[in-house]
Design a binder for this molecule. Structure first.
Ligand SMILES: N=c1c2ncn([C@@H]3O[C@H](COP(=O)(O)OP(=O)(O)OP(=O)(O)O)[C@@H](O)[C@H]3O)c2ncn1[C@@H]1O[C@H](COP(=O)(O)O)[C@@H](O)[C@H]1O
Length: 98
């Protein structure tokens, strides 16, 4: 799978982990932790910095890896905030210029 469909799949998994906690799952750990939102936000900040550094260093593999970390943790933060990614997609669509 090399398209954005993986984001849909990832969101389905995150929703499933939220509804049915799985032992040993990092996603479950973050979503059920008392300070889960803070942890997710901490990672969003950390991964943003790592993403910027990878771009500045012109390291294609690291850029893709850090972008993946950032996207995953952003989805976790959206789940923790109870905002569906469809709201983000709708927002992007609303900005489309003719
Ligand atoms: N995409 C991810 C994903 N990306 C990152 N991580 C976890 O996020 C944690 C932190 O990521 P980092 O890259 O920062 O890891 P690190 O460099 O070791 O840093 P620290 O943990 O020390 O902060 C690690 O434990 C990673 O395993 C992820 N964990 C899960 N997923 C997806 O979620 C699905 C469900 O997995 P579980 O969460 O294990 O149920 C998986 O099938 C994957 O598709």
């Amino acid at each position: 799978m090399t398209s954005s469909a993986i984001l849909e799949e990832l969101w389905t998994i995150i929703e499933d982990r939220a509804a049915h906690p799985v032992e040993g799952s990092y996603t479950t750990h973050i979503l059920t932790h008392r300070k889960g939102v803070d942890k997710a936000l901490e990672k969003v900040g950390e991964e943003s910095v790592e993403f910027i550094i990878a771009i500045k260093n012109k390291e294609p593999k690291a850029i893709a890896s850090e972008a993946a970390d950032l996207l995953y943790h952003t989805l976790l933060a959206l789940k923790a905030a109870e905002v569906d990614p469809s709201a983000v997609y709708a927002e992007l669509e609303s900005r489309r210029k003719p």
